[in-house]
Write a protein that binds this ligand. Structure first.
Ligand code: CDP
Ligand code: CDP
Length: 229
C-alpha cells in the first residue's frame, strides 16, 4: 500500500522553511515544492511586463498566461518561467520588495493554489509557504508552523548575502514589512492552522528542526499504516 503523506510547512520569511523542507523531503524521498517561488515568478513576470501590483486584473492575466516549472536542483530548486531559467532573477531585491503586493491579489492566489493542489494530489510532497496548512492542503497529514524572532530571521538572511549588499537594518525592515502584509491581507493571510505544530527555531540548528519534523512525520506515517490495516 502507499503510505505516503503530505507535509505542510508555513511561517514567516527567514524562519528556515525552504532549508528544512528540502532536507525533510530528501530524507523521506518526497518531492519538495517551494510555493514562494511561484509567487516570485508571477511578480517577476509582471514587473518585466510593466504591470504593477495595483493593476489587479492585468496581473491576474500575467499569472494565467504563465507556465511555471519547478525542477529539483542541486542547491535550490530550479525555476523556469515560460521555459526561461529565472532561479536567480526571482530572488532580486526588486522582486522581494514587491512580491507580497502581488500575493495579496485573490485572482493570482486562485491560479497558484490550484496548481499547488494538483502537484500534491498523489501525496509524497513537502510544501512550504504561508497558506499551505490553512488553504492549499487543509488535509495534510503533517502541518508545521515554523517561526523565529524577527532579529534572528534578519540575521540569517544577512549571513546568506554577499558582504556589503545590504544592511541588517534594511533586512529587518523588509522582513517586518512583508510579515505585516502577509499577516494582514484579506485572502489566505499568514496564520497558524489550528491543527499545526508550532516550532520556534530561534535557538535551534537546522539539524534539530529537521529531526523534529522527521519525528512528527514518522508518527503520522505509522498512524496511517495502522489505519490501513
Ligand atoms: O523565502 P522568503 O521567506 O523570503 O519568501 P518566499 O517564501 O519566497 O515568499 C515570498 C512571498 O510570497 C511571501 O512574502 C508572500 O507574500 C508570498 N507567498 C504567499 O503569499 N503564499 C505562499 N504560499 C508562499 C508565498
Ligand atoms: O524559507 P524561509 O524564508 O523560511 O527560510 P530559508 O530561505 O530557508 O532561510 C533560512 C536561513 O537560515 C538559511 O540561510 C539557513 O541556513 C538558516 N537557518 C535555518 O534555516 N534554520 C535554522 N535553525 C538556523 C539557520
Amino acid at each position: 500500500t502507499d503510505d505516503r503523506i503530505n507535509v505542510a510547512i508555513d511561517g514567516p520569511a527567514g524562519a528556515g522553511k525552504s532549508t528544512v523542507a528540502k532536507l525533510v523531503a530528501e530524507r523521506l524521498g518526497y518531492i519538495y515544492i517551494d510555493t514562494g517561488a511561484m509567487y516570485r515568478v508571477v511578480a517577476y513576470k509582471a514587473l518585466e511586463d510593466g504591470v504593477g501590483p495595483d493593476h489587479a486584473a492585468e496581473a491576474v492575466r500575467t499569472a494565467e498566461r504563465l507556465s511555471i516549472e519547478l525542477r529539483p536542483g542541486q542547491q535550490r530548486q530550479q525555476v523556469l518561467a515560460d521555459g526561461e531559467d529565472v532561479t536567480d532573477a526571482i530572488r532580486s531585491a526588486s522582486v522581494t520588495s514587491k512580491v507580497s503586493a502581488y500575493a495579496s491579489n485573490p485572482g493570482i492566489r486562485d491560479i497558484l493554489v490550484r496548481k499547488q493542489q494538483e502537484m500534491a494530489r498523489k501525496k509524497g510532497v513537502v510544501m512550504d509557504g504561508r497558506d499551505i496548512g490553512t488553504k492549499v492542503l487543509p488535509d495534510a497529514e503533517v502541518k508545521i508552523y515554523l517561526t523565529a524572532s524577527v532579529e534572528k530571521r534578519a540575521q540569517r538572511r544577512f549571513e546568506e548575502l554577499p558582504e556589503g549588499s545590504t544592511t541588517m537594518e534594511e533586512l529587518r525592515e523588509d522582513i517586518a514589512r512583508r510579515d505585516e502584509m502577509d499577516r494582514n491581507r484579506e485572502h489566505s493571510p499568514l496564520v497558524q492552522a489550528e491543527d499545526a505544530i508550532r516550532i520556534d527555531s530561534t535557538d535551534m540548528s537546522i539539524e534539530e528542526v529537521t529531526e523534529k519534523i522527521l519525528a512528527i512525520c514518522s508518527e503520522a506515517i505509522a498512524r496511517g499504516v495502522e489505519q490501513d490495516e
